[in-house]
Design a protein around this ligand. Structure first.
Ligand code: TTP
Ligand code: MG
Length: 394
C-alpha cells in the first residue's frame, strides 16, 4: 500500500462556525448567544450557525424559516461576503507562512503538506498548536486542526476535534481511529454507496475493514479494492497548491439513473454555473471544458474540447458541455453521475483584452453581479434565468 515507506504529514485546518464567529467578533455583544448567518429573505437559507444555535438543531443549508422556528431568540444576520473573503485571505497568508504547500479548499478550509517543515518544530503536535495560535493572533478566530499521514485522515481528525481542537492521528493509529466512524464519513462514500453498504451489513468503517473482500466485490466490483484501502486509511491524493490545480470541476450523482438527454442537459446547467463561479472567484479563465459521464454500470468516460480563447462565463461552459454530451451515446444503462470541469486555466486579468466582444463582456459583468449579490444575500437570491427551474444539483 503506496504511502507506507515515507508517510507524509498533512494538516487540515477548518475554522469553527466561520461566518458566525466573524460576526460575533465584529459585534462582541453577540458573544455566547445563538447567531445564525445566511439569507434573511423569504426563501433564505442558513449558511452557518454559532455552536450555541446548533444546540437548537439549527444547521447549514436549512431554510431560514425553519431555523427561526427552532430558535426564535437567535440573532439572524445577513452575509457579508467581502468581510469573510478578507479574513479568509489573512488566514491563508498565515498558513503560507508555515509552508508554501497549501491547498485552499474553501474560504475557511485548507490542507497543508508540512512534511518539509517539521524540522522547525519540536513535534507534529507543536506545529499544529503553533498554527492555531498564529491564526488566532491574526484574526482572533478559533479553528480546528487535524494532523495525519494523508488528507483524508487529517480532515477526519479536524472534524473529530471540533470546535477549537487539535487532534493528531499517527500513521500507526489510523486504522483504529477510523474503526468507529460511520462509513459515510469516508471519502467516496455518498448516499447511494452507503445504502449498498448498509445492505451488506456495513455501518461503520470498521465493518468495511473486516468484511470479506469477495462479498464487497459482489456489490462493488472493481471499486471494492479502493474502498477497502480507504477503510484502512490509505489516501495517496497530494496536497495541491492553486497553481498546481490544473482543473476546476463539479459533479453530481443522481438519485436514479437518467436516460433522457434533455434532462441531462438541464442537470448540467447548475454544474456549469458552479464551475463558472469558481473560475470567476479565483480570477481564472479556462480554454478547455470537459465532461465526465458515469453510466449505471459504473463505466466512466470523459470528453474534452479546447477553444482558442479562454472564458469563464456560465453560458459558454454550459454550451461546450452540452455539445460534448451530444457526442456521448445514451443507452439503457442510464447515467448515474455527471460532471463538468474546466482545464487549461489562466489568470483572468492578463486575458482581459480577449473579451473585446461586447456581448461576452456584458455576460461576464452580469455573472459577476449575480455572484456578488448571492455572496451578500445568500446563494439563490438572484439567479440567471435557468437556475430558476429548480434544477437542484444534489
Ligand atoms: P463549514 O466549515 O462547513 O462550517 P462552519 O465553519 O460554519 O462550521 P464548522 O466548521 O465549525 O462545523 O463552512 C464554512 C463556511 O462556509 C460557513 O461558515 C458558511 C459557509 N457555508 C455556507 O454558506 N453554506 C453551507 O451549506 C455550508 C456547509 C457552509
Ligand atoms: Mg468550518
Amino acid at each position: 500500500m503506496g504511502t507506507m515507506d515515507d508517510p507524509r504529514t498533512v494538516v487540515h485546518v477548518d475554522m469553527d462556525a466561520f461566518f458566525a464567529q466573524v460576526e460575533v467578533n465584529d459585534n462582541p455583544d453577540l458573544e455566547g448567544r445563538p447567531v445564525i448567518v445566511g439569507g434573511t429573505g423569504k426563501r433564505g437559507v442558513v449558511s452557518t450557525a454559532s455552536y450555541e444555535a446548533r444546540e437548537y438543531g439549527v444547521h447549514s443549508a436549512m431554510p431560514m424559516s425553519e431555523a427561526r422556528r427552532l430558535c426564535p431568540e437567535a440573532h439572524v444576520l445577513p452575509l457579508r461576503g467581502e468581510r469573510y473573503r478578507d479574513i479568509s485571505r489573512r488566514i491563508k497568508d498565515v498558513l503560507r507562512s508555515i509552508t508554501p504547500h497549501v491547498q485552499s479548499v474553501s474560504l475557511d478550509e485548507a490542507f497543508l503538506d508540512v512534511t518539509g517543515s517539521l524540522h522547525r518544530y519540536e513535534s507534529k503536535r507543536h506545529l499544529g498548536q503553533n498554527l492555531r495560535n498564529r491564526v488566532f493572533e491574526e484574526t482572533e478566530l478559533t479553528c480546528s486542526v487535524g494532523v495525519g499521514p494523508n488528507k483524508m485522515i487529517a480532515k477526519l481528525a479536524s472534524e473529530a476535534c471540533k470546535p477549537d481542537g487539535l487532534l493528531r492521528v499517527p500513521d500507526e493509529e489510523k486504522v483504529g481511529f477510523l474503526r468507529d466512524l460511520p462509513v459515510e464519513s469516508m471519502w467516496g462514500v455518498g448516499p447511494s454507496t452507503r445504502i449498498k453498504m448498509n445492505r451488506l451489513g456495513i455501518e461503520t468503517v470498521g465493518d468495511l475493514q473486516e468484511i470479506e473482500l469477495g462479498r464487497l466485490q459482489s456489490e462493488f466490483d472493481h471499486r471494492a479494492a479502493v474502498l477497502r484501502r480507504r477503510a484502512h486509511g490509505v489516501d495517496p491524493s497530494p496536497v495541491k497548491t492553486e497553481e498546481e490545480t490544473k482543473s476546476i470541476s463539479n459533479e453530481t450523482t443522481f438519485p436514479r439513473d437518467l436516460t433522457d438527454r434533455e434532462e441531462l442537459e438541464n442537470r448540467m446547467y447548475p454544474l456549469a454555473a458552479k464551475v463558472g463561479r469558481r473560475l470567476r472567484e479565483n480570477n481564472l479563465v479556462a480554454r478547455t471544458v470537459k465532461i465526465k459521464v458515469r453510466r449505471g454500470d459504473f463505466t466512466t468516460l470523459t470528453r474534452r474540447s479546447t477553444r482558442g480563447e479562454p472564458g469563464s462565463t456560465t453560458e459558454r461552459i454550459w454550451e461546450s458541455a452540452r455539445r460534448l454530451l451530444r457526442e456521448v451515446e445514451l443507452d439503457a444503462r442510464g447515467v448515474r453521475l455527471l460532471g463538468v470541469g474546466a482545464e487549461n486555466l489562466r489568470r483572468g486579468g492578463e486575458q482581459r483584452d480577449l473579451f473585446e466582444d461586447s456581448r461576452v463582456k456584458r455576460r461576464e459583468t452580469i455573472n459577476r453581479i449575480v455572484d456578488d449579490i448571492n455572496d451578500e444575500f445568500g446563494e439563490g437570491t438572484l439567479t440567471r434565468g435557468r437556475d430558476r427551474e429548480n434544477l437542484g444539483t444534489d
